[in-house]
Structures are given as structure tokens and as C-alpha cells.
Design a protein around this ligand. Structure first.
Ligand SMILES: O=P(O)(O)OC[C@@]1(O)O[C@H](CO)[C@@H](O)[C@@H]1O
Length: 379
């Protein structure tokens, strides 16, 4: 608690940013980055919260929260287990609040396996549900109830007016090309809770894209941006479904567990996801991760923070092409499913930009009411 109070005080009073005092493996990387910033800014005292780039500041802050959990934990005999997740209660409450839409979506998903809609049509619907699930991150809605409205109603109807870039059919085509060769699809997950639930439905559907498809679920190594999913969150979500009294949930939980047991799904993580670097730097900072992702037949980046990192958190002109703003991951095609919660955007058409800029919602860039589904085909 003392470390968290100190953190709060230094943030409010805009104190110089300290080095980390825990002994986690990423500390050297952070120290080097802080030293570089200090040099750039003219000294240690000039390197304060309000002057460093926003992306760095936010990531630093969540890493400090981790430090506040790690130091007391490692100093006790409890050191063998994982440090506490300070956001666990919030995540749990949000998940509990999602019970009704989760039940509806689970029943719909179970029935969809017999309905006459094609695999592709169902995939398109699940992509949109996964997109709108991203409205529910707890760093944005920290004190408010979880908003499931866009998903409770008809996602397709909502989407036609609120998706500013709609490349859903291009993603569906990309998945169609997978065929029966061994293939991998990677989902770089974002928030636990209702978003994760929708992502798991999408991941389950994707395992049926071909005979030999493996889906890699990329999680964070530790609690991050309040609600980002860790391996514990994924496992708890699945276990809660299995233990539910609702028969559809039990069915789904069992199915998802089986995906893990049979290795159709692999949960994976990397230090890079909890660093400050944007994805233009992945190849040099985390060559192993870059090499892995480059093997993928489709990368799916979820959420606003991933989007900011794809675009280097830079204020590109909104009409700049997505392919010109985001990096390449070898020859892997990829997409971003993101509701707009920060002023970083690209790839809008002239008409869309005009309609949204002249529309009633002045805050269209940051409220999460609008979203983009952007696809970058293999180069
Ligand atoms: O990646 P997510 O969960 O979609 O969004 C996270 C996010 O909205 O939270 C921050 C506000 O604290 C923003 O910087 C950031 O983009």
C-alpha cells in the first residue's frame, strides 16, 4: 500500500520518474529507456510524468503498479505463487454484470452450430461481436457499469452505422484461404470479461476454419491497463463457464477447455506486450516474438492500446492508408478490431470522415461509440 501511495503522490505532484526497484526480468529495459528519456529531456529532474510521451507514461504507470505488487510479494514466503492482481475485484464485478448478455450470446452460439447460416456469415457476426466487446475496457469505464448495449441489440444493425472502416469481408476471405494445410491464427487479446468472452467465441469458431488450425491466444504477463487479460483470466473465465448452472455455459466451457487440452488453442505471452514500445520496434526489441507472428496466417489485434501501438501512437491524418501507418509482420496478414478510445486513427474515407466530423458526437474519437475493422493483406 505504501508503494501505491507513493506512486499516487508522485503522479499528482509530477515528480521525476524513478527507476524500478524490483528484480523482474524487464527492469534493465526500463532503466535504459528512462536513461534515454532523461538525456533527451535535459536531466533526471526534467523527466516527469507530464513531459514524457503519453504511451510511455501510461505503460510506466501500470508497470509501477506491478512493482508495488511484486516487491512485498517476493519478500514473503508467498513468493512461490503469483503476486496479487490489484484489479481482480473490478474484473470480477464487470464479468458478473455481463451475465445476461453472456447467457444470450452463449445460447445463440450453441444454436448457431445447427442453423443454416454459413460458416462465413457466422464468422462475420463473431468478428463484429469481438469488435464491440472492446467497448468494455475498465480503464475507460472505471466507475461505470459495463456497457453491453451494442452487443445485446443486433450487432450487425449497430455496426452498419458505427463501423467507420469495415473490412470484415476481407478478413472472412483471408480465413477462407486457410484450407486444410497446417495453419496458425493469432489473437493479440485485450480486455478480460465480456470482450474476452466474445474473443473466445471467435477463437473457437476459427478453429473450424480448416482441418489443422491452431489459435494462439496472446495474453499479458501481469495485470495491465486494469482489465487486460492474463492467463489466469482466461482460465477463470473458462472454469466459471464450466461450473455454471446454465447448461449452455457448461457446454461452452467444456468445449473451450477441450480446445486447450487438444492444443487447438495455445495460450502464450511475452514481455514485449507489457513494454512501452510500439509495434514498429517489435522486430528489433523482440525478434523471437516477431518471428513467431510472422508465421501466422492471420493476426488479430484487439483493442485501442494495440491500435495505438500499431500506429506508433502518432497523429496520422485520418485519411492516410492503414497499410502506410502500421508496420509489417513479415508476410503475415493482419487486422485490427478496435473501438475508438483515443485520437489515433487512419484509413478513413473522405465521406466517412466528413460524416463523423460533422455529426452530433464531437467526441467520436474517444468515446468508444465508433469502431474500425481494418485489414492489411499479406504484402
Ligand atoms: O486497449 P483498450 O482496452 O481498448 O483501451 C485502453 C485505453 O482506452 O485505456 C487508456 C485510457 O487509460 C487509453 O489510453 C487506451 O487506449
Amino acid at each position: 500500500m505504501a508503494l501505491l501511495s507513493k506512486l499516487k503522490y508522485s503522479l499528482w505532484t509530477d515528480k521525476p520518474m524513478d527507476d524500478f526497484e524490483d528484480s523482474e526480468l524487464d527492469v534493465q529495459l526500463w532503466t535504459a529507456a528512462l536513461n534515454e528519456l532523461r538525456t533527451k529531456m535535459g536531466g533526471r529532474d526534467m523527466c516527469v510524468y507530464s513531459t514524457v510521451p503519453w504511451l510511455f507514461e501510461e505503460c510506466y504507470l501500470y508497470r509501477r503498479v506491478r512493482e508495488a505488487m511484486v516487491i512485498p510479494h517476493r519478500a514473503t514466503a508467498l513468493g512461490v505463487s503469483e503476486p496479487l492482481d490489484p484489479f481482480a475485484q473490478k474484473k470480477h464485478t464487470a464479468w458478473a454484470q455481463s451475465a445476461a448478455p453472456v447467457a444470450t450470446a452463449t445460447e445463440r452460439y450453441r444454436k448457431s452450430r445447427q442453423d443454416e447460416r454459413s460458416y462465413d456469415e457466422q464468422l462475420a457476426g463473431l468478428i463484429l461481436a469481438s469488435l464491440w466487446g472492446n467497448r468494455n475496457d475498465l480503464s475507460l469505464h472505471i466507475n461505470t457499469a459495463v456497457d453491453n448495449s451494442a452487443v445485446e441489440t443486433d450487432v450487425t444493425e449497430y455496426s452498419s452505422s458505427h463501423v467507420l472502416v469495415d473490412h470484415v469481408s476481407a478478413i472472412v476471405e483471408c480465413v477462407k484461404d486457410i484450407g486444410d494445410e497446417s495453419a496458425r491464427i493469432d489473437i493479440i487479446l485485450d480486455n478480460a470479461g465480456f470482450e474476452l468472452f466474445n474473443d473466445l467465441l471467435l477463437a473457437d469458431h476459427l478453429t473450424r476454419a480448416g482441418k489443422n488450425v491452431k489459435v494462439y491466444l496472446h495474453v499479458k504477463q501481469f495485470p495491465w491497463f486494469v482489465s487486460d487479460a492474463t492467463e489466469t483470466d482466461v482460465m477463470q473465465t473458462i472454469d466459471e463457464m464450466r461450473r455454471s448452472e446454465n447448461e449452455d455455459s457448461q457446454w461452452l466451457g467444456g468445449r473451450l477447455k477441450e480446445n486447450l487440452a487438444s492444443q487447438k488453442w495455445v495460450i502464450t505471452t511475452h514481455t514485449f506486450w507489457t513494454l512501452w514500445n510500439d509495434y514498429h520496434h517489435m522486430e528489433s526489441v523482440a525478434p523471437d516474438l516477431f518471428a513467431e507472428l510472422s508465421k501466422s496466417q492471420l493476426l488479430i489485434f484487439k483493442g485501442d492500446l494495440n491500435y495505438r501501438k500499431l500506429l506508433g501512437d502518432r497523429p496520422f491524418p485520418a485519411r492516410e492508408a492503414f497499410a502506410d501507418c502500421a508496420p509489417k509482420f513479415g508476410s503475415a496478414p493482419y487486422c485490427a478490431l478496435r473501438t475508438n478510445k483515443s485520437e489515433v486513427i487512419c484509413g478513413l474515407s473522405e465521406e466517412t470522415l466528413a460524416s463523423v466530423s460533422d455529426g452530433p458526437n464531437n467526441d467520436w474519437m474517444v468515446t468508444g461509440d465508433y469502431g474500425v475493422v481494418q485489414f492489411y493483406p499479406a504484402p
